[in-house]
Ligand binder design. Structure first.
Ligand SMILES: [Fe+2]
Length: 339
């Protein structure tokens, strides 16, 4: 064989080997995701390269890498964050029939540029020793502005995307004027200046520092599992989860989700990766570990999460609106004094 032919042959195989991979930029912070990536490689022979970091840092990186970016998939939490990537024009439409037929339309981005992988509810936590069943049973987000809850509510700061998306959903459902008046009164019901993360709100309620906490559903699963330590386990056992707006539109739902980058060098593998994430087996493994809700109706959430009930009503509003209305939500929260 001539030298030149050998070089061509080697570079051809080199390319095939190199391209049998998928590059995933992720801001999700779950060890369980790493196990899934290993399983994907075992099943498909496709190597998963993970770049993890904060959502905003990864977005900056994507922008600076431009069309030379090695990223195939961007995987993050909250529709508001996926919206930011999409707004930069970095995603392509997902073509997989399997993904599009498995994930409900209200859980996908515009032009199918991103898709939910799992769901989370933003719920109300309470300590039954301090809050009666009667007070909590038909609670709506709207009720959190009532004077009966004065100095009794804890929630993290308005710079947090989970809160921004909740407020965006209220703007979409109630209009801006009504949401603003709600936010003004909610702020005067705060038991303390917003501080800490979702889990610290739950702990405050468990300790009786406040009566109600607004936080994401999966945190109680993590806390109950004991993996986060004794203090969180003890606190978690003291609280219950209430699903707001059950008599009307349903509880606010947000997502973990992913999209394929326009410049993805391994498009086929990226599609396969998304299909893997929404397969029955992986959905079950994922929700058992992340304590989120599955996308597929046939899958049961983890035992810890299922113990709070599985047949609650979900707000069916499109998660796209959380991105669209994010700037309005941020300005509104700022005006209301929600720090
Ligand atoms: Fe979270």
């Amino acid at each position: 064989m001539k030298k030149i032919q050998l070089i061509l042959l080697l570079s051809f195989f080199g390319h095939v080997i190199m391209s049998n991979e998928v590059n995933v930029y992720t801001s999700r912070h779950y060890d369980s995701d790493d196990l899934l990536y290993k399983e994907f490689t075992q099943e498909t022979g496709i190597k998963v390269n993970i770049i993890s970091g904060k959502g905003s840092a990864l977005l900056q990186r994507l922008k600076s890498e431009g069309s030379n970016s090695p990223a195939d998939i961007f995987f993050t939490v909250d529709a508001g964050n996926l919206w930011k990537v999409q707004k930069e024009g970095l995603f392509q439409s997902i073509q997989s029939d399997l993904v599009l037929s498995s994930v409900p339309e209200n859980l996908r981005g515009p032009n199918d540029e991103w898709t939910a992988i799992a769901k989370r509810a933003r719920v109300i936590f309470y300590n039954p020793e301090n809050v009666s069943e009667e007070m909590i049973k038909d609670i709506d987000y709207e009720d959190l502005s009532n004077p009966e809850w004065r100095n009794k509510i804890v929630v993290r700061s308005s710079s947090n995307m989970y809160n921004q998306s909740l407020v965006a959903s209220l703007i979409s459902n109630l209009g801006e004027e009504q949401t603003e008046s709600w936010a003004n009164k909610l702020v005067s019901n705060f038991a303390r200046k917003p501080q800490g993360n979702d889990r610290s709100q739950i702990i405050a309620v468990a300790n009786g520092e406040a009566d109600l906490a607004i936080a994401n559903s999966y945190y109680i699963g993590i806390m109950l599992s004991g993996s986060a330590g004794e203090e969180q386990l003890v606190a978690a056992k003291k609280v219950k989860m209430a699903f707001p707006n059950q008599k009307n539109r349903g509880t606010h739902i947000n997502i973990s989700g992913a999209g394929i980058l326009k410049s993805a060098p391994n498009q086929k593998n990226a599609n396969r990766f998304l299909e893997f994430l929404i397969s029955k087996k992986v959905q079950k493994t994922m929700v058992d570990k992340s304590y989120e809700y599955p996308i597929l109706e046939s899958i049961r959430p983890s035992d810890e999460i299922a113990s709070f009930g599985t047949d609650f009503k979900e707000d069916q509003i499109s998660v796209k609106s959380f991105g669209e209305l994010n700037p309005s939500a941020v300005r509104l929260m700022d005006r209301s004094g929600w720090k």
